[in-house]
Design a protein around this ligand. Structure first.
Ligand SMILES: [Fe+2]
Length: 236
């Protein structure tokens, strides 16, 4: 099958097959500085509580594409999204995952069982915190991402967890549903390919990984009635 090859031709260009992408820095300018100072003024009681991922969220955009009042407080942030990010992605739900000092965001999977097997690429940027404390669990070992101060794409369908080993809050920007780019999204794949050409030394692939034994227990409980779909699924 064409898509299982490591490289393939798309739109007349040789492309890497990103179906096994776990982590890749993205070749776009970083967001404006100054966000952290504002985020630090927001109390946990004013954030969204996520009991599944055990963390707090600061809202940036709702799933219909409306920026929050918090997003508008950060000088240049809205413009950065419009000029650098939405030119190849789309407005979608965005939040700042806030992990307190010493905190642990539980191991989880960021999609429903019926989306396993599709691309579940998620856009992230760590505004503050140790970038290497995003950890992917596979059967053999836990793999940490690289310490690269860039936005990145990660695989939300692979079990992952996050720590904060510093004495300050960790802030991670997330861009989520309903944006779900697939391999036929030309603008997106071109950004991936450009990013791969620049950051291939940091690329992490799941090509040789196996899912951990307990992976079916890591979905959000509201999807339990879909777990039967995974009965014969044996990993990437
Ligand atoms: Fe996640």
């Amino acid at each position: 099958m064409l898509l299982l090859k490591t490289e393939y031709t798309l739109w007349g260009v040789n492309m890497i097959n990103f179906s096994n992408l776990i982590y890749l820095p993205v070749d776009v300018p970083n967001p404006p500085k100054g966000a952290v100072e504002f985020f630090d003024t927001i109390d946990y009681k004013d954030m969204i509580v996520d009991t599944y991922r055990t963390c707090h969220h600061i809202p940036i955009m709702d799933k219909d594409g409306t920026f929050s009042s918090e997003a508008k407080e950060v000088k240049g942030l809205v413009e950065w999204f419009e000029n650098e990010i939405f030119t190849w992605s789309m407005p979608a739900r965005m939040r700042i995952i806030t992990t307190p000092p010493g905190g642990h965001n539980a191991c989880h999977i960021d999609c429903s069982p019926d989306r396993i097997g599709t691309w579940q690429h998620k856009f992230r940027y760590v505004f503050q915190g140790d970038r290497t404390t995003l950890i992917f669990n596979n059967k053999e070992e836990d793999v940490r991402i690289h310490d690269v101060d860039k936005c990145y794409i990660m695989d939300g369908a692979w079990p992952h967890e996050m720590l904060n080993t510093t004495n300050k809050r960790k802030y991670t920007l997330t861009l989520g549903a309903p944006w779900e780019p697939q391999s036929d999204d030309k603008k997106y794949v071109e950004v991936l390919q450009r990013s791969y050409n620049k950051y291939k030394n940091y690329y992490i692939s799941s090509e040789k990984w196996q899912l951990p034994e307990n992976w079916k227990s890591l979905f959000q409980p509201e999807y339990d009635d879909q777990l039967y779909l995974l009965e014969n699924y044996n990993g990437a």
